[in-house]
Design a binder for this molecule. Sequence first.
Ligand SMILES: CC(C)(COP(=O)(O)OP(=O)(O)OC[C@H]1O[C@@H](n2cnc3c(N)ncnc32)[C@H](O)[C@@H]1OP(=O)(O)O)[C@@H](O)C(=O)NCCC(=O)NCCS
Length: 257
Amino acid sequence: MAERDRCSAWPRGQRLTTDLVIVGVGGMGREIFGVIRLLNAYPVDDARWRVLGFVDDYPTAPNVERVRRLGVPFLGPTRWLAGAPAGLQVALGVGHPRLRRETDRALARYGLPAATVVHPAAEIGPDCVFQEGLFAAGGARVTTNVVLGRQVHLNQNCTVGHDSVLGDHVSVNPLAAVSGYCRLDDGVMVGTTAAVLPGLRVGRDAVVGAGACVTRDVPAGAVVTGVPARPVDRSAADARPGVVPAHGRQDEVDHPA
Ligand SMILES: CC(C)(COP(=O)(O)OP(=O)(O)OC[C@H]1O[C@@H](n2cnc3c(N)ncnc32)[C@H](O)[C@@H]1OP(=O)(O)O)[C@@H](O)C(=O)NCCC(=O)NCCS
């Protein structure tokens, strides 16, 4: 990675206005849109995004309506990207790490770069390295010498401490705290308000439940909950991503008509 790409929360070398499509009409996709709107209101180096619309293979009618309310078109299924204009970038609005990995792989056929979207009130400290597709929501803080893999999602007000390494498609949910010297392997989800104590490793595709405090290494694929965190039966948790449609839920709150 070039030196100029280190120490920066902002994608370098992008054109002044970059076309963007958001994948997923669910909550995460629409949250990313909110950050994009803010970035356009307070542009850095005059760089702006032009959101062409949302695509989704499993859209729910309420979510399509919510997208319409945002004033952005729903373009159809992801195969819309096959005819995408040159220079287009894609933001993956898929919250669950494993679904995000699957979607990312499915979209690879289109060869489109993944957008890096960092809220103006997120902090990526010095000497950090990140790959394509980073999404950092408002209040997310990454301190120093942190390595972030591809398509990492850092949600509102989470923290990632010094010298930590996060693999591809990791999600750190709101208010979660990952301490220094931690390693989160590919596909890990750290639930809302959970804590991972210093120097621990959380294995591939493991889930740290909301509010848990991780005091020991977590094996790959495990689901841990509680304080201190202990493994729970994985079978129930495995059902969850299947229950949540790829990019949204029917039962999300809606505005009164
Ligand atoms: C841990 C987790 C993955 C378990 O999911 P699940 O297996 O579908 O869990 P269920 O809702 O079926 O609950 C199973 C049991 O575990 C308990 N449980 C669920 N999550 C728990 C948690 N975080 N801590 C402690 N207990 C928990 C439930 O109360 C239930 O107990 P019961 O059988 O005695 O009634 C999930 O609850 C979780 O914490 N996910 C994090 C989600 C998150 O951070 N979302 C934020 C998005 S922005």
